[in-house]
Ligand binder design. Structure first.
Ligand code: ATP
Ligand code: MG
Length: 180
């Protein structure tokens, strides 16, 4: 599974459609303070289904939408698309390319899409389960994440190992089955 690109529109500091293409190897983002570097990782987390306002550095979900500047009007919605090369079928989806999109309107309406088809948030969560990349995955190591893993309760820490071992899906299915 390889990240191919991240497309942002109306997300935080990105009022215009902006596409970041990731080549093989390491990509680093440099820029002055406040120029929007961390907003890119916020976008990555957000499109993967992040709901925690604190981890998105927002006080309300509307704060992900470009809020305007003296020169530019605010946008009405934010949209982020993450495109993943799935030739190795690391994601349980039978397509060489998987593009996930999240859209959020000021009205509070939100949409999730996989390859342009509308899905539910839980479909996104299930798609990434056991891959390490999802909302609760360990692929995005933000500030303080290592500390929080070390300080976590043992049950919470076990979840991280279960995700890495690829058994989160089975636990999830078992819990779903028990709920019915
Ligand atoms: P540093 O080097 O200090 O970590 P950075 O490049 O990571 O900086 P970010 O934290 O990504 O910067 O961007 C912060 C900027 O994003 C702030 O100027 C803030 O006003 C702006 N910003 C955040 N949300 C919005 C929004 N909804 N609309 C417009 N601007 C926003
Ligand atoms: Mg930053």
């Amino acid at each position: 599974m390889i990240l191919k690109s991240l497309e942002l529109q109306g997300f935080k500091t990105f009022p215009d459609k902006t596409t970041l293409s990731f080549e093989r190897g390491i990509t680093s983002v440099v820029g002055p303070n406040g120029s929007g570097k961390s907003n890119i990782s916020d976008a990555m987390r957000w499109v993967l289904g992040e709901q925690s306002l604190r981890s998105l550095r927002c006080s309300k979900m509307e704060d992900v939408i470009f809020g305007g500047t003296p020169q530019r009007r605010a946008q009405g919605f934010a949209e982020v698309t993450l495109t993943i090369d799935n030739a190795d079928r690391a994601l349980p989806f039978d397509n060489d390319q998987v593009a996930i999109t999240r859209r959020y309107y000021r009205s509070g309406e939100s949409e999730y899409l996989i390859n342009k088809s509308t899905v539910r948030l839980r479909d996104i969560n299930e798609l990434f389960m056991d891959t390490g990349l999802g909302r609760d995955g360990y692929s995005i190591i933000g500030q303080g994440k290592i500390d929080s893993i070390v300080a976590a309760k043992s049950e919470d820490r076990r979840e991280i190992f279960e995700e890495a071992a690829g058994i989160s899906r089975y636990r999830y299915r078992k819990e779903e089955a028990e709920r019915r």
